[in-house]
Design a protein around this ligand. Structure first.
Ligand code: PRX
Length: 672
């Protein structure tokens, strides 16, 4: 794997430093740099003992573990394996008989603004009742259950109910197409699908159940015995006799008591599909013990959670952020959290700020894309500016999913955080299970655009292609040199791919390769204040990040060439975009003559819709251009670096002497 030079060039000199706010430092869960360093010292002194202590302190075990880390079958690491616990019991039952019992667990705000509140005790009853409904339909420990749900309390309940009986959930984001859903149902051989008739987003009713039907009808889904359907709206949907059952029917007569099933710490809690550098998404498999400990502990460390906090993570449960920081972490931490069904721009782009005021949110966690679009909206219309809302309840604000550009960082810091709230810019991945590199509110001086330092025990480094650590100030590949409890365990059905993708032989097969480029600061610009800080420069593989959504270039290419009546060849690259971070650019060769003018516009629209149908609307290419052929070397390799330059509108400086057909560069450079 090589580091693309473009990822390193984009590093800019940033010399603004924001020390932690004194009041926060005094009461922070990790209070001051010395406390952070003490944790690091403990981790370095005895790595397994450090994690064993944290696992004992942060989880309730029905059977204590005696072995902390098993490296005998590396890179298939095992943590706390002989210990037993239940994830749902650690999020719900654990709070019964404590003051948390009657506390609000979830403040749910629907798309239309209706608010409902659920206490921990009520949530436990709902989860237990749904777990009994799953059991009544034959779902048992180890079975896979696909969840294709809107952002509702029921979505969280469905996930927790699976965990309660040891079933493995695989949540599929509600924006994915029938084809993507089908692929995931088949790969996991799911026994049940949990869905809703419709989802509500931005005032629109969008079908979910119809997409489930289409996916199952594609064939190969014989494993699916039950489809549970939550009636989110009054509109009726097709129900297949003998297979489909509404939530109301499934829950009728079921007890609200369901004993949690203890499982080994290594029992898979969930599979979550994510994009890699081939066309086929990877089923990232997470464990119960290590994963849950980390989602709970990072609530305490990164978000400095206190009993009175009102936490809000704006992600969808279809992504890992929603797993760790909606379904598991906040509940394990016993905090009150907001679950939001809608979109940030409906009924207007002030929705987030109004909701923070309405619910007195104190810790807010969102994505740079949302921030950038809300900056734009508030510049166009002062009525939706954060200054119109009372944001004084906020203590800590966070960012996740993609690099945050310093301009957006400053706007967020000033206008949302009131120059008082630290921004925790959290670098992590579906594979890492939880936060890895980020500032701590009571510890770390902030530098815009930098995710700063790794959490205690997380051994990150920047290395070159031979695995050697690069000097500070130089770019390289981000790696994690030691296993950590919440790491991916394998790729579902594909252990070989797990080894190849994450633990390359070149590095001895034991070092985790994140797939991101990074630079550690040499501290020159800040007089040493940010020495050693990490800055993520973007993916070094064929993975795109559009609005914080991860997609493979190969996935989009496969979707395009699947339009066999029209497309002969396609190549996809990313270019920077002010709003979405990266935008998808597709270079297409048709089976007919190269279209121009209106015809080109029409075909491009057709291809966009096609990709939306194949993968989901998030994968629609922003730019599509047509050529007689793709730029290839004489040996037939597509020259992707050239395409990247064209996509960015850069002058071609690369050596094109090996290019078979230079004239087509001109064709592709013509923007539609
Ligand atoms: O490229 C990094 C980027 O998002 C990738 C992981 O995507 P996903 O598995 O979908 O998880 C997203 C939510 C954790 C990473 O490889 N990324 C994520 N957070 C950041 C980031 N890039 C820069 N800064 C971040 N804070």
């Amino acid at each position: 794997m090589s580091v693309q030079p473009s990822t390193v060039e984009s590093v800019l000199i940033e010399n603004r430093v924001f020390p932690p706010n004194e009041a926060l430092v005094r009461q922070a869960n990790i209070s001051g740099m010395a406390a952070y360093q003490a944790l690091w010292k403990e981790a370095k002194n005895d790595y397994p003992a450090f994690w064993a202590r944290l696992a004992r302190e942060n989880l309730v075990w029905t059977k204590p573990f005696t072995r902390t880390l098993d490296e005998s079958n590396a890179p298939f690491f095992k943590w706390f394996e002989d210990g037993e616990l239940n994830a749902s019991a650690n999020c719900l039952d654990k709070h019964m008989g404590t003051p948390v019992e009657n506390k609000t667990a979830i403040i749910f705000e629907a798309d239309d603004g209706a608010v409902t509140k659920v206490t921990y005790k009520e949530l436990l009853a709902r989860v237990s009742q749904f777990a009994n409904a799953l059991k009544a339909r034959g779902v048992k420990k180890g079975d896979r259950v696909v969840i294709y749900m809107p952002m509702t309390v029921e979505g969280v309940v469905a996930m927790q109910a699976c965990a309660r009986i040891g079933a493995i959930h695989s949540v599929v984001f509600g924006g994915f197409s029938a084809k993507s859903l089908h692929e995931r149902i088949v790969d996991a051989a799911a026994v049940a699908v949990i869905t809703a008739n419709y989802q509500l987003r931005g005032g629109k009713e969008l079908p979910l159940k119809a997409i489930v039907d289409e996916a199952i009808e594609t064939g190969g889904c014989e494993s699916v015995k039950t489809v549970f359907v939550y009636q989110r709206t009054a509109t009726t949907c097709n129900m297949v006799g003998g297979r489909d059952i509404t939530f109301a029917e499934a829950l009728a007569g079921q007890s609200t008591d369901c004993p949690p099933v203890p499982v080994s710490a290594e029992h898979p809690l969930f599979i979550l599909y994510t994009s890699g550098s081939t066309g086929k998404p990877k089923g990232v498999q997470h464990s119960t013990g290590g994963y849950l400990m980390w989602s709970k502990l990072t609530m305490d460390w990164t978000f400095d959670i206190k009993p009175d906090d009102v936490f809000w993570c704006t992600a969808d449960i279809g992504w890992v952020t929603g797993h760790s920081y909606i379904t598991y972490g906040p509940l394990a931490a016993g905090v009150t959290e907001i679950v939001f069904e809608g979109v940030p721009t409906y009924p207007d782009a002030g929705r987030f700020w109004q909701m923070i005021e309405r619910h007195k949110c104190s810790v807010f966690y969102t994505a740079p894309t949302a921030i950038r679009s809300l900056i734009k909206a508030s510049e166009a219309d002062a009525k939706v500016h954060p200054a119109r809302s009372d944001l004084s309840s906020l203590r800590i604000i966070g960012s996740v999913g993609e690099p945050i550009n310093p301009e957006a960082w400053m706007w967020y810091y000033r206008n949302v955080g009131g120059e008082r709230c630290p921004i925790v810019d959290t670098w992590w991945q579906t594979e890492t299970g939880g936060h890895m590199i980020n500032p701590l509110p009571g510890v770390t001086p902030l530098v815009p655009g930098s995710c700063t330092l790794p959490l205690p025990g997380i051994m990150t480094e920047v290395v070159d292609e031979t695995g050697q650590t690069v000097p500070q100030g130089a770019g390289g590949m981000l790696v994690v040199t030691k296993p950590w409890p919440s790491m991916i365990r394998t790729i579902w059905n594909d252990p070989e791919r797990y080894k190849k993708a994450y633990f390359p032989e070149e590095f001895g097969g034991k070092i985790y390769l994140a797939g991101d480029g990074a630079v550690r600061s040499n501290g020159e610009a800040t007089k040493g204040a940010d020495r050693g800080y990490f800055r993520i420069t973007g993916r070094i593989d064929d993975v795109l990040n559009v609005s914080g959504h991860r997609l493979g270039t190969m996935e989009v290419e496969s979707a395009l060439v699947a339009k066999t009546d029209l497309v002969a060849e396609a190549a996809v690259v990313a270019r920077p975009d002010d709003l979405t971070g990266e935008a998808i650019c597709a270079f297409v060769v048709l089976k007919r003559a190269r279209p121009t003018g209106d015809e080109a516009t029409k075909i491009a629209a057709e291809l966009r819709n096609w990709v939306a149908k194949e993968i989901g609307p998030i994968a629609k290419p922003k730019d599509i251009s047509f050529g007689d052929n793709l730029p290839k070397t004489r040996s037939g390799k597509i020259m992707r670096r050239l395409l990247r330059s064209i996509a960015k509108g850069e002058a071609i400086t690369q050596d094109i002497s090996t290019l078979e057909n230079p004239q087509i560069l001109e064709q592709f450079a013509q923007k539609l």
